[in-house]
Write a protein that binds this ligand. Structure first.
Ligand SMILES: *[C@@H]1O[C@H](CO)[C@@H](O)[C@H](O)[C@H]1NC(C)=O
Ligand SMILES: *[C@@H]1O[C@H](CO)[C@@H](O)[C@H](O)[C@H]1NC(C)=O
Ligand SMILES: *[C@@H]1O[C@H](CO)[C@@H](O)[C@H](O)[C@H]1NC(C)=O
Ligand SMILES: *[C@@H]1O[C@H](CO)[C@@H](O)[C@H](O)[C@H]1NC(C)=O
Ligand SMILES: *[C@@H]1O[C@H](CO)[C@@H](O)[C@H](O)[C@H]1NC(C)=O
Ligand SMILES: *[C@@H]1O[C@H](CO)[C@@H](O)[C@H](O)[C@H]1NC(C)=O
Ligand SMILES: *[C@@H]1O[C@H](CO)[C@@H](O)[C@H](O)[C@H]1NC(C)=O
Ligand SMILES: *[C@@H]1O[C@H](CO)[C@@H](O)[C@H](O)[C@H]1NC(C)=O
Ligand SMILES: *[C@@H]1O[C@H](CO)[C@@H](O)[C@H](O)[C@H]1NC(C)=O
Ligand SMILES: *[C@@H]1O[C@H](CO)[C@@H](O)[C@H](O)[C@H]1NC(C)=O
Ligand SMILES: *[C@@H]1O[C@H](CO)[C@@H](O)[C@H](O)[C@H]1NC(C)=O
Length: 533
């Protein structure tokens, strides 16, 4: 936290493009506090009701008692003097969003919207604190419902519409107004930061609301959303329950992971436990098949078939692709999420409440008819698969797309597929796309965070190893938008035992697709030992 605060000041000082009043003196802070206390009645926005405004002093461990218990910790440390405004905005006669604006005293003139995760209706307080701490006027909304389940979608397509597109867009339109009212001037540039469902929301904005942002950071996007949900659910039909002969016990997955590394780790030139291009890995589990005497570290032929099925793409009855395969490398984490022998909860909720309006629908019956139904019903066009990004390009906005190659919940193979889709739809080569859309594959990174490799790339508060734009996706997109300096690579960091105070373990320059990292020579933990080719 201390390091982040320190870096945040450096960033504010060197990045500020707007003349700032001197916030160092207490008079300015008194003014800021008074402005915050009196802001509510000045906010006159159609459909919006302000609940409260609250001054939060730098260093406060903010208590958020009305946060839904399923959303996680009801505390957030706030690193900078902030005016916190909470409000409700109705979006239809039977739906609405709860949202907040976090307006820092040290405003840089920049606006930023955060996103959400999973099916959840949870404000991303960590992202709000990250952005406000860097001087952005930040907003976050609850995506139209509270809590992590999809129950609120039941018989209410308006709540689904909020989830698919309207929560983010409304939050941005309202948030920009609030920011203007509070600071007395319009923001200079507008940004987006999100991962997973948040990554999908970033692309939804790029596809359908090109005016909303000048720079978008979209991580591990849950786009092709209906098909992704079918794919997430189909693993249960492969593994079946944990008493079935097809089920692969959890203790086998680390052994399978080692076997995958044995077959594929050297393909990038370095045996370091990290796959730089899992798409090259055609894994065969036959070497793990038990000999005459079965034991706890081998697979029966039936279990080996299960493993093979997990690593092939999912196809529809008509032979069309539903969703790419799970990429090899992520299996230890995925075994706790997708290969557990129980139905995937988001799939169950999405089909029951958003697609079929039938709470009794049994996720164990998921089949190709359901895949087709999901793709056809596609409520509020949540699929988020439009390949034409010319509107966002034409206004000069920039998109930084990234995906962890150890993602155990959304296969990273789907991200290059979208990139190719845009390339084909727009008729642009990668070097032409580079002008406004860049995609980075982050080796050794799990779903949004964590992993065996250099996964800290500034994607969130806890992964901000550095604010240097070479090493931070958020400051990289700001530099791209405001100075025209586009990111060539994104340098990631892994700390020793994932503990910052223990020092750096690995640094690696992650390549821009379609380039991939190849080890040339020297210490694989050093970035200069690798080359993007
Ligand atoms: C914030 O306060 C809560 C409740 O006292 C505590 O559990 C949490 O650890 C605190 N967070 C920090 C970073 O101090
Ligand atoms: C705001 O920035 C000034 C320098 O520009 C710094 O002295 C002050 O500590 C910052 N305040 C906060 C709360 O970050
Ligand atoms: C206010 O909400 C109504 C629906 O309840 C909607 O038709 C209208 O467009 C909304 N106004 C704004 C400015 O969003
Ligand atoms: C959702 O939570 C907010 C507080 O974060 C609360 O004001 C609102 O009433 C809740 N909405 C519902 C439908 O429970
Ligand atoms: C909290 O979230 C859960 C799961 O989404 C939901 O069932 C519950 O109604 C929510 N509680 C409140 C008080 O809104
Ligand atoms: C198998 O699944 C059941 C219920 O889903 C659970 O209670 C049990 O602990 C599981 N057994 C093992 C060995 O994981
Ligand atoms: C994996 O299979 C694909 C398609 O058959 C092939 O292009 C690729 O070269 C194979 N990779 C390896 C490492 O054998
Ligand atoms: C288990 O069986 C496999 C395949 O026959 C064999 O390679 C392995 O050494 C055995 N492991 C143990 C612990 O006996
Ligand atoms: C989704 O799956 C259907 C088959 O169920 C397929 O026709 C469609 O092309 C897929 N959509 C995407 C974006 O992959
Ligand atoms: C899928 O399951 C439903 C019932 O759960 C059934 O009506 C349908 O015929 C099945 N489709 C296929 C292709 O088996
Ligand atoms: C890192 O963790 C490992 C295993 O928990 C431990 O053996 C090692 O001492 C730790 N390294 C440092 C520098 O703390």
């Amino acid at each position: 936290m201390k390091l982040l605060q320190l870096l945040s000041l450096t960033l504010v000082n060197s990045w500020t493009s707007v003349a700032l009043p001197d916030h160092g003196n207490s008079g300015a802070i008194d003014d800021f506090q008074a402005n915050c206390a009196s802001i509510a009645p000045k906010i006159n926005i159609e459909n919006a009701t302000v609940y409260f405004s609250q001054f939060v002093a730098a260093g406060t461990n903010l208590s958020i008692p009305d946060r839904n218990v399923t959303c996680g910790s009801p505390y957030q440390v706030v690193s900078t003097h902030t005016c916190r405004i909470a409000l409700y905005v109705s979006t239809s006669d039977r739906s609405g969003i709860n949202m907040e604006a976090w307006l820092p005293a040290n405003w840089t003139g920049r606006f930023l919207s955060t996103g959400n995760g999973g099916l959840a209706g949870c404000i991303g307080y960590g992202d709000m604190a990250y952005a406000a701490g860097l001087g952005f006027a930040a907003v976050g909304a609850n995506n139209g419902h509270n809590g992590t389940s999809g129950g609120a979608f039941y018989n209410n397509p308006e709540v689904v519409a909020d989830f698919a597109y309207r929560s983010i867009h409304t939050g941005v339109v309202v948030g920009k107004e609030i920011s203007k009212t509070f600071y007395g001037e319009t923001h200079k540039k507008s940004y987006y930061l999100g991962c997973s469902t948040g990554g999908r929301q970033g692309f939804k904005s790029a596809q359908d609301f090109p005016e909303d942002f000048d720079g978008i950071v979209a991580g591990a996007p849950a786009f092709s959303f209906n098909n992704l949900t079918s794919w997430s659910g189909h693993f249960f039909s492969i593994t079946e329950t944990n008493t079935s002969a097809t089920f692969v016990p959890t203790n086998m997955w680390p052994i399978i992971h080692q076997d995958i590394l044995k077959q594929c780790d050297a393909l990038d030139g370095s045996v370091d436990g990290i796959l730089e291009d899992p798409m090259l890995c055609n894994y065969s589990s036959t070497a793990l098949i038990c000999g005459p005497t079965q034991n706890s570290s081998c697979l029966t032929p039936l279990q080996s078939e299960t493993v093979q099925k997990i690593f092939v793409p999912l196809y529809a009855a008509d032979g069309s692709l539903v969703y790419p395969r799970m990429q090899p490398g992520s299996e230890i984490v995925a075994s706790f999420l997708l290969y557990t022998g129980t139905p995937f909860p988001y799939t169950a909720d999405w089909f029951r409440y958003a697609l079929y309006n039938d709470p009794s629908w049994d996720p164990a019956t998921l089949n190709t008819t359901d895949y087709a139904n999901a793709a056809r019903i596609n409520p509020s066009n949540i699929e988020t698969w439009k390949g034409d990004l010319s509107d966002v390009r034409d206004r000069g906005a920039k998109i930084l797309h990234w995906h962890g190659l150890m993602d155990g919940i959304i296969s990273s193979d789907n991200s290059p597929r979208y990139y190719e889709h845009v390339s084909q739809t727009m008729g642009l080569t990668p070097s032409q796309l580079d002008d406004f859309y860049r995609f980075f594959r982050i080796s050794g990174a799990g779903h949004c965070s964590g992993g065996d490799g250099a996964f800290n790339i500034g994607q969130n508060l806890n992964s901000a190893a550095s604010l240097n734009p070479e090493e931070n996706v958020l400051t990289a997109v700001v530099r791209w938008v405001e100075e025209g300096v586009a990111p060539e690579t994104i340098t990631g960091t892994k700390f020793v035992n994932d503990t910052q105070s223990l020092g750096v373990d690995i640094k690696r320059n992650h390549c821009r697709y379609p380039k991939k990292n190849v080890h040339r020579s020297g210490d694989a933990k050093k970035p200069e030992s690798w080359e993007c080719v």
